[in-house]
Design a protein around this ligand. Structure first.
Ligand SMILES: [Zn+2]
Ligand SMILES: [Zn+2]
Length: 347
């Protein structure tokens, strides 16, 4: 009922930006260590990714861009975008291993209920460019591959940043409901993700953005989630739910000013897990951002335990007993946003 696979390759650790860059693969190694120490791999199968042929990337990226990444990877210097995503020697190969992990997670759904690739979640990568530490958009590619077997796929992106690359790549895809909850504020990366971005053509209405003000804590995050995300999912009835579990909505994150606690994260994952079983849907969960490495590892370990039906809640209660509260100003703002979304999406 909760047959779970965890996709892992030690080469994931190579995708880590040097110097004082905030994106470090330490999060991934810490998560795996927690799972090992708690005996989770007695219940969860560890699976190594099958490396995809380069040409598969052309489903979501231009050939020119793929060649550009290869060239910069050989040179090992400069940037793959305007200055957020530096090239290092071997970045092409290490990005390819991580994308392959998400494709493998999708393919494993033939034999598993829930599959996990914490090495994935690169939702900012665009058709012709890297962006926001993301080289190849494994999320959009994984979903494209999943479309061979699933007709209704819901992506729920709880990373603290808007999933702009994925939204763009799948904007007119009527098989995919794209939901992103993120911080939205003047000058905050990537700048998109307002309520009025709802998708195009046949897929109009299948993009739902929940732009949250800085300071949004558990109470109002869960309010928005339960008021608009859950009804939208109930209406769409996905056969597959892809969860992009970025750890940077956590209150300790240094780059994002949302205030989810571990308890808040677990509530979101638990609700999605329950809905998946109600719909008889499968789940793929990827990683994402997360710049407090310890918090991110803990969030991921708790989320994975939830999917595999393991009880890690003792681990939660030690340091994280209570929901966090939003200010009166934030409460008012989130209620307004939720009302707008209900109107736009007819909920
Ligand atoms: Zn389950
Ligand atoms: Zn993020």
């Amino acid at each position: 009922m909760h047959k779970t696979a965890f996709v892992w390759d030690d080469r994931y650790l190579d995708y880590s930006f040097p110097g004082d860059h905030p994106f470090k693969s330490l999060r991934e190694s810490m998560t795996k260590k927690i799972l090992e120490e708690r005996g989770a791999f007695h219940y969860i199968d560890l699976v190594k990714p099958d490396i995809i042929p380069e040409e598969m990337l052309y489903k979501v990226h231009s050939k020119e861009y793929v060649e550009f990444v290869k060239k910069k990877s050989e040179e090992g210097r400069g940037y793959l975008d305007d200055g957020d995503t530096p090239a290092f020697k071997g970045i092409f190969e290490s990005a390819l291993v991580r994308v392959s992990g998400t494709v493998t997670a999708v393919k494993l759904l033939d034999n598993y209920d829930h599959t996990i690739n914490i090495g994935g979640g690169f939702h900012h990568a665009k058709y012709t460019s890297a962006s926001g530490f993301c080289v190849f958009n494994d999320v959009a590619l994984g979903i494209k591959i999943a479309e061979d077997k699933f007709n209704r796929i819901a992506l729920v992106d709880i990373d603290g940043h808007h999933g702009d690359g994925t939204q763009l790549l799948l904007a007119n895809d009527p098989k995919v409901l794209k939901i992103s909850l993120h911080m939205y504020h003047k000058g905050f990366f990537p700048g998109s993700g307002d309520v009025d971005e709802i998708g195009e053509g046949d897929a109009k209405g299948l993009t739902m953005n929940i732009p949250l003000p800085p300071g949004t804590a558990d109470d109002m995050y869960l309010y928005a989630f339960n008021q608009v995300v859950v009804p939208k999912l109930n209406e769409f009835k996905p056969e597959l739910i892809v969860i992009l579990n970025g750890g940077d909505s956590h209150f300790t994150d240094p780059l994002v000013e949302l205030k989810l606690s571990n308890k808040g994260y677990l509530d979101v994952i638990r609700t999605l897990h329950k809905l998946a079983h109600d719909f008889n849907a499968k789940i793929v969960m990827t990683g994402g951002g997360g710049y407090n490495y310890e918090s991110t590892a803990k969030i991921w370990a708790l989320s994975i335990a939830e999917l595999a039906n393991l009880d890690f809640t003792d681990f939660l209660e030690l340091e994280d007993c209570c929901y966090l509260a939003s200010s009166g100003f934030v409460k008012k703002r989130v209620v307004e946003i939720v009302e707008k979304l209900k109107k736009i999406h007819g909920l």
